[in-house]
Structure formats: structure tokens, C-alpha cells
Design a protein around this ligand. Structure first.
Ligand SMILES: Nc1ncnc2c1ncn2[C@@H]1O[C@H](COP(=O)(O)OP(=O)(O)OP(=O)(O)O)[C@@H](O)[C@H]1O
Ligand SMILES: [Mg+2]
Length: 263
């Protein structure tokens, strides 16, 4: 069963946690694009950044679970995300017959950001996204592959959480779907069961109970931000073969996020 692809884009965030796993996410994405779908890929890469900071002997300090990024660390973050991880993903998509172009939010000033906490240094929050930039790339027949780096005007690159970037791009492009491919089957409740449909109330309760934590927090926030703008958002396991294909084909897998009054 394959639905007629929509003219609205689909934002797919590929977690660093699933990169390199023997999954089919990139095959699924290339097939979706070939069938007329409009995917925008955003990737993470936290684990590889940690590895490279260690190699370069740059100590990492964390503030409330977020990595503080000084000037030396920022060079590594930009180098690893925009260089190593992005180039690898683009190369894999090209090898599968897809037309992909690697960008970061610095390119075209597409993702603007600002520093918001001195203790975090060069970590940004998104202040605006130029949705047209990504739509133009899709119109040109290419798959944008986005490294989560923002631009603080006039010329300062900033490290931004990839989940947040994916959510803001989904909003700015009026995406139909926002799909988080990660390394767990979905959002899990206190008993370890998948929550199939997550409401804002349930999310708040899980967070208060400490069941929703770590890397899942920015995903859930991004899902609600995008859902407000009309996207249907999913968190699913990208390490399982066929996950992306099934979700893009309309199957309900993992956790689906909805807003009040919407299915
Ligand atoms: N309630 C929850 N349900 C499921 N996973 C949760 C929950 N709370 C916290 N997590 C954690 O969130 C993790 C997924 O986020 P994580 O940031 O590690 O991966 P990612 O975002 O896919 O990769 P990257 O950060 O490299 O882009 C899970 O592996 C799990 O440990
Ligand atoms: Mg993460």
C-alpha cells in the first residue's frame, strides 16, 4: 500500500544513535523520494562528537544534561556534524541512487539562532527558519540533508540540538510528517510499554514522573511544536528494517504525537 506522496514535505530526523546500524532508513527514504515524496533529512551525531572531543582531548562539561560548547569544542562540533556525519550520510544516499545535498543551518542562513545561556557557550536556540530555502531544494529535485548548526547573525555558527532543528524546520515548511528515527521503539511509559498516541497531558505526566528524560525530551517538545503547525509526528525505531517505509506509507508505528482536537 503506498499513498500518493504529498506535496508537503516530510522531515525525517536520523539519530546519531541509529547511524551506521544495519537498518533500511536511507533505502526507504530514497524510494520515497523516487516515488514523489519530499523528504528533508536532519541528523544528529552526539556520540561521534563525544568520541572526537575525547580524541582531541577537549574536556566536556555538562549543564543540566546539555553539553557546554566552548570555542575549541565548537570547531569539533561543526567539523564532525557538517563534515564527517553529513558527508557520510550524503554519500550513502547518493550511493543508493538518491540526489542529496548536504547543508547546515548556516547555509543560506536557513536556521538562525542565538546563544541563550552563558554557561552553555556556543549552544543556540532557534530564532527563525527560512522554510523556502528547504522547499527550493526539494523543488530542484534534491534531498536536503541538514546538519544541526545554526547561524547567529552576522557570522557565528552555533551548536543546536538536532531534534529541535528538525521540529522547527517541520514548522517552517508546513511539513505533513515529522519522523524521529531513534534507537528505541517509541516513547516508553513507566512500565516500559510503548505509548501509541501521546497527548500533551500524558507527556507532562510522564515528564513529571521522571519517565520521560534525556534524549527523549527535545524530541517530544519538537513533536508538539510541529504538531501545532499541523504536522503528524512520530518517534520510532530506526534500527528496525522497514520502519521509515512503513511510517511514510501511512502505518502507525512507534509513538504518534497529536495535539488537542487533531487525530
Ligand atoms: N520515556 C522514554 N521512552 C523512550 N526512550 C527514552 C525515554 N526517556 C528517555 N529515553 C532515552 O532517549 C533515548 C533516545 O534519544 P537519544 O538522544 O539518545 O538518541 P537520538 O536522538 O536518536 O540520537 P542523537 O542524539 O545522536 O541524534 C533512548 O535511547 C532512551 O535512552
Ligand atoms: Mg538525541
Amino acid at each position: 500500500m503506498s499513498e500518493t506522496p504529498s506535496s508537503r514535505p516530510t522531515v525525517i530526523k536520523i539519530g546519531g544513535s541509529t547511524l551506521g546500524a544495519a537498518d533500511t532508513s536511507l533505502e526507504d527514504l530514497v524510494a520515497y523520494h523516487r516515488a514523489g515524496g519530499r523528504p528533508i533529512v536532519v541528523h544528529g551525531g552526539g556520540a561521534m562528537i563525544t568520541e572526537w572531543l575525547q580524541k582531541m582531548e577537549i574536556p566536556s562539561t555538562f549543564v543540566d544534561g546539555l553539553r557546554s560548547t566552548n570555542e575549541r569544542a565548537l570547531d569539533v562540533v561543526v567539523g564532525v556534524l557538517r563534515g564527517v556525519v553529513n558527508a557520510r550520510l550524503v554519500a550513502e544516499i547518493v550511493a543508493l541512487g538518491g540526489r542529496a545535498i548536504g547543508v547546515s543551518g548556516v547555509d543560506g542562513s536557513a536556521v538562525r539562532a542565538e546563544r541563550y545561556d552563558e554557561r552553555l557557550g556556543y549552544v543556540g536556540r532557534v530564532t527563525g527558519v527560512d522554510g523556502r530555502f528547504f522547499l527550493d531544494l526539494l523543488d530542484a529535485g534534491v534531498i536536503p540533508v541538514v546538519a544541526p548548526i545554526g547561524l547567529e547573525p552576522p557570522s557565528q555558527p552555533l551548536n543546536i540540538n538536532a531534534d529541535t532543528v528538525a521540529g522547527e524546520i517541520a514548522r517552517a515548511t508546513s511539513a505533513e510528517h515529522l519522523v524521529f528515527l531513534t534507537d528505541v521503539d517509541g516513547l516508553l511509559d513507566g512500565g516500559g510499554a510503548i505509548v501509541p498516541v501521546l497527548s500533551a497531558e500524558h507527556a507532562a505526566a510522564l515528564r513529571a514522573a521522571g519517565t520521560l528524560g534525556g534524549g527523549m525530551i527535545p524530541k517530544v517538545d519538537a513533536c508538539f511544536r510541529a504538531a501545532e503547525a499541523g504536522a503528524v509526528a512520530y518517534v520510532a525505531n530506526g534500527t528496525r528494517p522497514g520502519t521509515a517505509r512503513r511510517i511514510l506509507g501511512g502505518e502507525a508505528l512507534g509513538t504518534r504525537i497529536r495535539t488537542r482536537g487533531k487525530g
